[in-house]
Design a protein around this ligand. Structure first.
Ligand SMILES: Nc1ncnc2c1ncn2[C@@H]1O[C@H](COP(=O)(O)OP(=O)(O)OP(=O)(O)O)[C@@H](O)[C@H]1O
Ligand SMILES: [Mg+2]
Length: 457
C-alpha cells in the first residue's frame, strides 16, 4: 500500500514543511506546526457539480460584455454600504470578529431580512443547535418561513441540503467548525479551512449563490487560519467593538466589488443590532458648545472619516513640575505641540498643567489631529472658545508650519454632512479638488494663522 504523505503546516500562517519544527520560519510563532495529510491525495473529488471541465479561451478585453454585478440589497443601509451597494450574487464573503461580538446576530438579521423578501435562506450553524438559533431568532423577533436553519458540520451534507433547498443566500457559521471527510486533519486546521473554503467558493460561483462565512479571530485579532483564506474570498469584513460600549463596527478590509473605505456602525440592543446612520453624531453627541478648550477634528478611523471632539484643560501649575496628561492621543505629542506654541506663537505655557482628552473614548493616532490639539490648548489657555461649527485639520511641524494630510476631500465631506460651516486645513491640501458648496474651506500655513482665524484674542 502506498505510504500516506504527510506534511507539517503552521496553523497561524499556513507555512508548509516536510519535517516538524518548533518555530515556524514563516511567522516565527512557536509550536504551531501540525502534521496534516497532503492535500493532493484528497483532491479530485468535488462534492458539488461544477463545470470545471470547460476549457476557457482568452478573449479580447473589448469583446467581453460589461455588466453591473447583480446585487441583493438588505434592509440595513450600513451593511449594503460596507459591501459596496449590496450582496453580489455568487460572492463569498468572510466575516471575522472577537467571540461574542455579535457575528451570528448580524448574519441572522441579514438572513431574516432577505427571507422577508421572499428569498429562501439557509443558515448553517456548526456551533449551535437549531434550538439555540431559534432562541436567538425569538429574541430578535424573527418570524419568516423562508429562513431555514441547519445544524451541521459535514460539508458534503451541507452541500446536499443546498442542492435540495436551492437557497438564494447561505450563511456558514463558522468555517472553523466545518469539515470535509476526505481531509484527515481536524476541523479548523489549515487544510480543512482551505479545502472547505475552496469548495464553498466553487459552489457560490457555479450556482450564483452568495455565501457568507464566519471566521474566528486569533488573539492578535486576525482571522484564524492561513492568511490565504483572506485571498480566496471576495470580501473580508471585520466586526469589532469595545467591550464596555454597545457600539459595533463592521469594517471592510478587502472587497472585490466595492471600496473598503466604508464602515457600518451598529448598536447592540436586546432586540438585536440597530444601525447607527451617522457615527460622528455619537462622538459629538455630548459636546458642549461655546466652551474654551474644545475643538473638533475630522480624523480617519481606519479608512473612514469620523468627527471627534478634542478637549484641553490648561491651568496654572500649583507646585513643582507642570503635568502633561493625554488620553486618546499619543502623550508625547502634547509637550511637543506645547513647545511649538510657546516658541512660535509666544504662549507662556511652561508653568501650566495640560490635560488633553479625546471625547467618547476613541483613540486617535494620526498626525492630522495635531492642529486640533494645538488650537484646543491655545483656546483653553486664553480662555476663549473656538466657533462651534469650525473643524481643524492638519499636521503641525516643529517650525510651526502646517503640513499636508491625507484624504482631505473625505474629511471635508464628512464635516459638511454634519453641518459644520468651516474647515481650517493645510494650504497645501487645497489643490486639485473642489470642496462641497455648503462649507467654507480655509487654507493656512502656520499655527499662528490657525489661531488668528479660529480663536479670539
Ligand atoms: N438578551 C440580550 N440583550 C442584549 N444583548 C444580548 C442579549 N443576548 C445576547 N446579547 C449580545 O449578543 C452577543 C452575542 O452575540 P452572538 O452570539 O451573535 O456573537 P458571536 O459573535 O456570534 O459569538 P460567537 O463567537 O460565540 O459565535 C453577546 O455578547 C451580547 O452582547
Ligand atoms: Mg456565533
Amino acid at each position: 500500500m502506498a505510504k500516506r504523505k504527510t506534511k507539517f503546516v503552521c496553523q497561524e500562517c499556513g507555512y508548509e514543511s516536510a519535517k516538524w519544527m518548533g518555530k515556524c520560519p514563516g511567522c516565527h510563532s512557536w509550536n504551531t506546526l501540525i502534521e496534516e495529510t497532503e492535500a493532493s491525495t484528497v483532491r479530485g473529488k468535488h462534492i458539488f457539480n461544477g463545470s470545471s471541465k470547460t476549457i476557457s479561451k482568452p478573449e479580447s478585453i473589448t469583446a467581453i460584455e460589461s455588466q453591473e454585478e447583480p446585487r441583493i440589497t438588505t434592509s440595513m443601509q450600513e451593511v449594503n454600504r460596507v459591501l459596496g451597494g449590496g450582496i453580489v450574487l455568487g460572492s463569498l464573503v468572510l466575516i471575522g470578529g472577537d467571540p461574542g461580538i455579535g457575528k451570528s446576530t448580524l448574519l441572522l438579521q441579514i438572513s431574516s431580512q432577505l427571507a422577508k423578501k421572499e428569498l429562501p435562506v439557509l443558515y448553517v450553524s456548526g456551533e449551535e443547535s437549531t434550538r439555540q438559533t431559534k432562541l436567538r431568532a425569538d429574541r430578535l423577533g424573527i418570524k419568516t418561513d423562508l429562513l431555514y436553519v441547519l445544524s451541521e458540520t459535514n460539508l458534503f451534507d451541507i452541500g446536499r441540503q443546498i442542492e435540495t433547498i436551492k437557497p438564494a443566500f447561505v450563511v456558514i457559521d463558522s468555517i472553523q467548525t466545518i469539515f470535509k471527510e476526505e481531509v484527515t486533519s481536524a476541523p479548523g486546521s489549515v487544510s480543512q479551512v482551505r479545502e472547505c473554503t475552496g469548495e464553498l467558493m466553487r459552489l457560490a460561483k457555479t450556482n450564483n449563490i452568495p455565501i457568507f462565512i464566519v471566521g474566528h479571530v486569533t488573539k492578535e485579532g486576525a482571522i484564524a487560519g492561513p492568511r490565504m483564506l483572506e485571498h480566496m474570498v471576495d470580501a473580508v469584513l471585520y466586526f469589532e467593538g469595545e467591550r464596555h460600549h454597545t457600539y459595533r463596527i463592521l469594517r471592510g478590509v478587502k472587497n472585490r466589488f466595492g471600496s473598503t473605505n466604508e464602515m457600518g456602525i451598529f448598536e447592540m440592543k436586546e432586540e438585536g443590532l440597530r444601525e447607527v446612520m451617522n457615527p460622528s453624531e455619537i462622538f459629538l453627541e455630548e459636546r458642549s458648545h461655546g466652551t474654551a478648550g474644545s475643538t473638533v477634528v475630522a480624523s480617519m478611523e481606519g479608512t473612514r472619516p469620523v468627527l471627534v471632539e478634542i478637549q484641553a484643560l490648561i491651568s496654572p501649575t500649583s507646585f513643582g513640575n507642570p503635568r502633561r496628561m493625554a488620553t486618546g492621543v499619543d502623550h508625547n505629542r502634547v509637550p511637543l505641540l506645547m513647545a511649538v506654541l510657546e516658541k512660535r506663537v509666544g504662549l507662556m505655557l511652561q508653568n501650566q498643567d495640560a490635560y488633553i482628552k479625546v471625547a467618547g473614548g476613541v483613540k486617535l493616532d494620526e498626525p492630522a489631529i495635531d492642529l486640533a490639539i494645538a488650537v484646543s490648548i491655545a483656546s483653553s489657555f486664553r480662555n476663549r472658545p473656538t466657533k462651534p461649527d469650525d473643524i481643524f485639520i492638519g499636521e503641525v511641524g516643529l517650525t510651526g508650519e502646517i503640513r499636508r494630510v491625507s484624504r482631505i476631500e473625505q474629511r471635508v465631506q464628512e464635516a459638511a454632512k454634519l453641518g459644520f460651516k468651516r474647515v481650517i486645513c493645510p494650504k497645501n491640501n487645497l489643490d486639485g479638488w473642489t470642496p462641497p458648496s455648503d462649507i467654507e474651506v480655509v487654507g493656512i500655513d502656520t499655527v499662528q494663522d490657525a489661531l488668528n482665524i479660529g480663536v479670539e484674542h
